[in-house]
Ligand binder design. Structure first.
Ligand code: NAD
Ligand code: UGA
Length: 452
């Protein structure tokens, strides 16, 4: 049993705190948001994350997990302090480190015994050294400490599973004794542990996210080409994915990546490179392809509907991915804005993300279920692949609509079944389906030849 403090109880911090408590440690979870802490003390979670409530309840009940807003209280017995505060996008695409700075200063002022500070937030390369400088500069008296980078790789929607079953643990520090103590803490998770220096660990996080974002933009590029040539990107991805050098993961074409991490992390890595005089061409293309996805979907809706001005369009799903209520950089919100700019009325349904969206985008009308959403719509757009959308009563949905158009931004439906149910169906990168709906071409060119 170790004493741990976790600073910041958002998606990463709360999962980390609950996860380590569940491994038998005593964890004090701290946040500067008083309301968040008050709610957590009453058993109300600030986020929707499958399985998290149960783990929190179990460990609060066992006395292993407590919540506070006081750094002095949280650090009193702690041997380890995890920093898990936000690092949002700054004005020029850089990571905004104001919360990390505040946390480091507060740690320095409150610590009264040696401490291992572990950075879990995604931070620019060099931040670990900077955090050490801040702590040193703000300590009222010199107390030994070490800084270890331990980037987080969990995904929202499966965060508890990911905490308990990490693919690897990455630890970065020049203080090998501190790194090996942090490694001990992670041993019960039985994952490979990579111990390296601070900067390399920080880079592993950005490189991992940028690589996954690249895979998504790559398959979206292929989807565009599939559409033009009459191939089906879903089957292309499946066929490619059997090759272990490629792998099937992160080859789902669609609306592009959203969320609180890939967009900001690819930008932050680009910024870091540019500040050093490098020109990250590939990352620029990854972002450009991703931005195009949302415009492309809106154009597709316009193709089906005709005139967007005055049309009513329903969005199936708002969260940036299923099993979360997170709408930070959600493709659905960009699509809503683009549709509204072209004069459409936008309404939406999402199982858990409507409350947050209504606060952020009050112009989107919320509906209580997919059928109420479809009522009178000229088109539906699947923005989030929630499981409950996979088995809808298609004839009922079709009948409710003013025009039975569906743009499936996540390719969750079978094109043939949709046509049979009476829909005009357009997926993403499904050229074969589009060819079936289109009129035969007047004169065929040889494959690969320029069209005349
Ligand atoms: P979040 O916004 O959900 O939570 C951050 C929390 O930190 C908030 O509750 C906020 O009140 C608190 N906070 C801010 N300043 C504080 C301070 N000085 N002291 C104490 N608490 C403070 O953020 P998140 O999504 O959990 O992300 C945290 C970090 O982890 C980011 O760097 C992110 O890039 C990274 N990350 C996130 C995920 C994810 O899936 N969300 C996955 C891997 C890594
Ligand atoms: C991602 C990474 O997967 C995590 O490893 C990482 O820890 C996290 O970012 C982070 O650094 O915060 P997350 O953003 O929760 O996790 O969700 P993902 O499942 O990676 O999806 C990100 C976005 O990509 C979503 O909008 C999703 O719809 C999209 N996506 C994903 C695709 O468009 N196609 C795919 O094949 C996969």
């Amino acid at each position: 049993m170790k004493n741990i403090c976790v600073i910041g109880v958002g998606y990463v911090g709360l999962v980390t705190a609950a996860g380590f408590a569940d491994l038998g440690n005593r964890v004090s979870a701290l946040d500067i948001n008083q309301e968040r802490i008050d709610h957590l003390r009453q058993g109300i979670l600030p986020i929707f994350e499958p399985g998290l409530e149960e783990v929190v309840r179990r460990n609060v009940g066992a006395g292993r997990l407590t919540f506070t807003t006081s750094y002095a209280e949280a650090l009193q017995a702690a041997e380890f302090a995890f920093i898990a505060v936000g690092t949002p996008e700054g004005v020029d695409g850089e990571a905004d480190l104001q919360y990390v700075r505040a946390a480091a200063e507060a740690i320095a002022r409150a610590m009264n015994h040696p401490l291992i500070v572990i950075n879990k937030s995604t931070v620019p390369v060099g931040t670990g050294d900077w955090v050490a400088d801040i702590i040193r500069a703000h300590q009222p008296e010199s107390i030994p400490f070490a800084v270890v980078s331990c980037p987080e790789f969990l995904r929202e929607g499966s965060a508890i599973f990911d905490f308990q079953n990490p693919a690897r643990t990455v630890l970065g520090s020049l203080d090998r004794e501190a790194a090996s103590k942090v490694a001990q803490l992670h041993l019960p998770l039985r994952a490979p542990i990579v111990i390296t220096d601070l900067r390399t660990a920080e880079m592993i996080k950005y490189a991992s996210n940028a690589f996954l974002a690249t895979k998504i933009s790559f398959i979206n590029e292929i989807a565009n080409i599939c559409e033009a040539l009459g191939a089906d990107v879903k089957e292309v991805a499946a066929g490619m994915g059997y090759d272990p050098r490629i792998g099937r993961y992160f080859l789902d074409a669609g609306l592009g990546y959203g969320g609180s991490c890939f967009p900001k992390d690819v930008k932050a890595l680009t910024y870091m490179a540019q500040v050093q005089g490098r020109n990250p061409h590939l990352l620029a293309a990854v972002m450009e392809i991703n931005d195009d996805r949302r415009r492309l979907i809106v154009d597709r809706v316009a193709e089906l509907v005709g005139e967007l001005h005055g049309a009513t369009i329903g969005l199936l799903g708002l969260a940036f991915k299923p099993n979360t209520d997170d709408i930070r950089d959600a493709p659905a919100l960009s699509i809503a804005r683009l549709l509204q700019e072209r004069g459409a009325q936008v309404r939406a349904y999402d199982p858990v993300a409507m409350e947050g969206t209504a606060r952020l985008a009050p112009s989107i009308e919320m509906k209580p279920d997919p059928y109420a959403l479809a009522e009178g719509c000229q088109a539906l757009v699947v923005c989030t692949e929630w499981n409950e959308f996979r088995n809808l009563d298609l004839p009922r949905l079709c009948k409710a609509m003013r025009k039975p158009n569906i743009v499936d931004g996540r390719n969750i439906y079978d094109a043939g079944e949709m046509r049979q149910a009476g829909f005009h169906y357009r997926g993403v990168g499904r050229g074969y389906n589009d060819a079936l709906e289109a009129k035969p071409a007047a004169a065929a060119a040889a494959p690969g030849e320029k069209r005349r």
